[in-house]
Design a protein around this ligand. Structure first.
Ligand code: BEZ
Ligand code: FE
Length: 300
């Protein structure tokens, strides 16, 4: 009789579990799961996890899975508000060659947004709000402009909703991608996004309320910048004048990602500014060499 897996007291569980998994052929999977088991078992011992608390944890995990579907991703949201997504993004994207700062992807990126010509607007309907002109240059770490780079952008509306959350907006509103010209430059028009509350209808909302945390993100524009032979940059640029810049619920703000949202008074060069003037944002991106890979989209 093989008795190797027979548990002899709680102290033996960790070693027995490790032994059971030791033959995992993929060395990376073996290491990851072993470390997960170690840390989870240590956490259970450290906090003396009760059975009721364990049930609550399992219910949270079940809920975030069940609340995830084609148009909403509660699992990504949970990773974001726990600081996990930012930690992974920052650890995997050091700025050791002068490359641009990365940030978490978030739950709202959709693949297959429409191709737009430089200078075109990503506002696909008549929208209230203040016009914003965004432009910049994509370069390699050697300083050379990258022609033909793809600059995929997405943002919330002036009322703080992504198009997939809002029946008033057409599909793919405030989303689009641009291809840089020979000088590496991109440009587009939009409306200034508002800061917004992350979705709180699910398990993540319950957690935030229990923690007495606010649910706000500061106003930002998302960018995914890619070029063949370069590591894809996923990032966000935040409004420098935004209320929640210092308390983002998903910990996305780092100093290099605070953009200058410059306000221009009404009546200037843009006569169609609706009396509220307009904003400009200039932001350059520097890509390092590497594999041009894309993440799985959190929503369809
Ligand atoms: C976002 O920026 O789209 C986002 C990030 C984290 C949580 C919710 C939304
Ligand atoms: Fe966002």
């Amino acid at each position: 009789m093989n008795t190797a897996n027979i548990i002899d007291g709680e102290a033996s569980v960790t070693a027995v579990a490790h032994a059971a998994m030791a033959r995992t052929p993929d060395p990376r999977l073996r290491r990851l799961v072993a470390a997960f088991v170690d840390h989870m078992h240590a956490l259970i011992r450290e906090v003396d996890l009760t059975e009721a608390e364990f049930e609550t944890v399992l219910k949270f995990v079940t809920d975030i899975g069940q609340q995830t579907n084609d148009v909403h991703n509660e699992v990504v949201l949970a990773a974001d508000v726990l600081g996990i997504s930012t930690l992974v993004a920052l650890r995997n994207n050091p700025q050791n060659q002068g490359q641009s700062a990365a940030a978490l992807l978030g739950p709202f990126w959709r693949a297959a947004s429409p191709l737009c010509a430089n200078g075109e607007s990503i506002a696909r309907c008549d929208m209230p709000g203040t016009t914003m002109e965004v432009s910049g240059q994509v370069r390699g770490v050697d300083g050379a402009p990258l022609a033909g780079a793809k600059v995929d952008v997405w943002q919330a509306s002036p009322v703080g909703l992504y198009e997939n959350q809002d029946e008033q907006q057409p599909s793919m509103n405030l989303r689009g991608y641009f291809i840089t010209g020979p000088d590496g430059r991109y440009s587009f028009r939009t409306v200034r996004p508002a800061g917004y509350p992350v979705p709180t209808h699910g398990a993540v909302g319950v957690l935030l309320r229990l923690q007495e945390r606010h649910c706000m993100r500061p106003a930002h524009v998302h960018f995914m910048v890619s070029h063949p032979g370069c590591k894809t940059l996923i990032t966000q640029v935040f409004a420098d004048d935004c209320e929640h810049l210092g308390s983002d619920v998903s910990f996305g703000v780092t100093k290099p990602l605070v953009g200058q949202f410059v306000h221009h008074a009404p009546g200037g060069k843009d006569k169609a500014d609706g009396g509220s003037g307009y904003y400009t944002l200039n932001y350059d991106f520097v890509l390092e060499q590497g594999a041009s890979c894309f993440p799985e989209a959190p929503i369809k």
